[in-house]
Design a protein around this ligand. Structure first.
Ligand SMILES: Nc1ncnc2c1ncn2[C@@H]1O[C@H](COP(=O)(O)OP(=O)(O)OP(=O)(O)O)[C@@H](O)[C@H]1O
Length: 297
């Protein structure tokens, strides 16, 4: 039996003549943190909304937690958690009560206080949601996403607007959930976030998957040529090489002590990503097939 939590094959979604998703294949095993990257308009949200059961596809097959999201019922929905890009509208009651209220919708919810602790909001249990800072508010959104004890959690640009410290704390929280076995699908525009959290990343552009792999190896990153640079007689020198270790060893033999200003640089995830989407930069948003429509289900 397949251990894939998400399995999509030949996924297709059209708006008018424009294929927003043009044949996507994905397979995400249980317990993986899987990140979807891509420029604006690449088809990420459309793909994710189809997987969440909020948008109908025009072609392809999809299984999420063993069911077709388009026809799956309440019991299936209780097994997934979603942290939306926009803040969820909440009643004007204290944070703990909000969470208790949402917990009541699930058959086997997490403990409310343990969840507040996990997201770092225990001290705000009695505060009203409207009094929370942006980052705290986002933590509450995450608490709402996980209160039902989901097997699969969708996170849509979860750390937009976070300060660097809050972002690190948030990453620790997500790492924690992943360690506990939650499968996580993360869309983000922050490459360092994908690098910190994801087991695998998928780069989408123009409705297709351009590259798929671990952050270390994406687009041939691990084996790409390295630039070795150093300073000699006040001049900066550099060599592009397949064998940086040999170059450094040869250099070291010519110096007594440290090699001044030695640097070995391989492409960063951001550089690889930008190379993968280079041709889309100008045109990605130009292909709309008409007016935006509301989600169907
Ligand atoms: N409801 C809709 N009606 C018409 N066109 C749509 C609709 N939703 C998305 N599109 C178009 O489909 C394409 C993919 O959009 P989508 O929102 O999936 O991209 P994205 O990768 O999530 O972008 P972003 O990073 O900006 O969120 C875009 O060209 C968009 O304009």
């Amino acid at each position: 039996m397949s251990t894939a939590v998400i399995e999509a094959s030949g996924l297709l979604k059209k708006y008018g003549d424009h294929a927003a998703v043009a044949g996507v294949d994905l397979s995400v095993p249980r317990g993986e943190v899987f990140s979807v990257l891509g420029p604006n308009g690449a088809g990420k949200s459309t793909t994710v909304e189809i997987l969440e059961g909020f948008r109908r596809r025009d072609g392809g097959t999809v299984r999420v937690l063993g069911a077709d999201p388009q026809s799956a019922g309440r019991a299936w929905r209780a097994r997934i958690g979603i942290v939306w890009q926009q803040e969820t509208l909440l009643p004007k009651i204290p944070v703990r009560e909000v969470l208790r209220h949402f917990a009541g919708h699930y058959p086997a919810p997490h403990n409310v206080d343990a969840t507040l602790e996990l997201v770092g909001l225990a001290e705000k249990a009695r505060a009203l949601p409207e009094s929370l800072s942006g980052g705290q508010r986002r933590r509450l959104d995450v608490a709402l996403g996980i209160i039902g004890g989901p097997e699969l959690l969708f996170l849509d640009e979860p750390t937009t607007g976070f300060d660097p410290r809050a972002r690190r704390d948030f990453w620790a929280l997500i790492g924690n959930l992943a360690e506990q076995g939650t499968t996580i699908l993360l869309t983000t525009h922050y490459l360092e976030e994908a690098e910190a959290l994801a087991d695998r990343v998928c780069v989408m552009a123009r409705g297709r998957v351009r590259a798929l792999g671990s952050p270390d190896t994406l687009g041939g990153r691990a084996t790409a040529q390295a630039t070795v640079s150093w300073s000699q007689d006040g001049v900066r020198r550099e060599v592009l090489t397949d064998e940086p270790t040999r170059v450094v060893a040869d250099l070291a033999a010519g110096f007594t002590g440290e090699i001044p200003g030695l640097r070995v640089h391989r492409p960063t995830l951001e550089e690889v990503y930008l190379g993968l989407i280079e041709d889309t930069v100008e045109t990605e948003d130009a292909g709309d097939g008409g007016e935006r429509t509301e989600a169907l289900a």
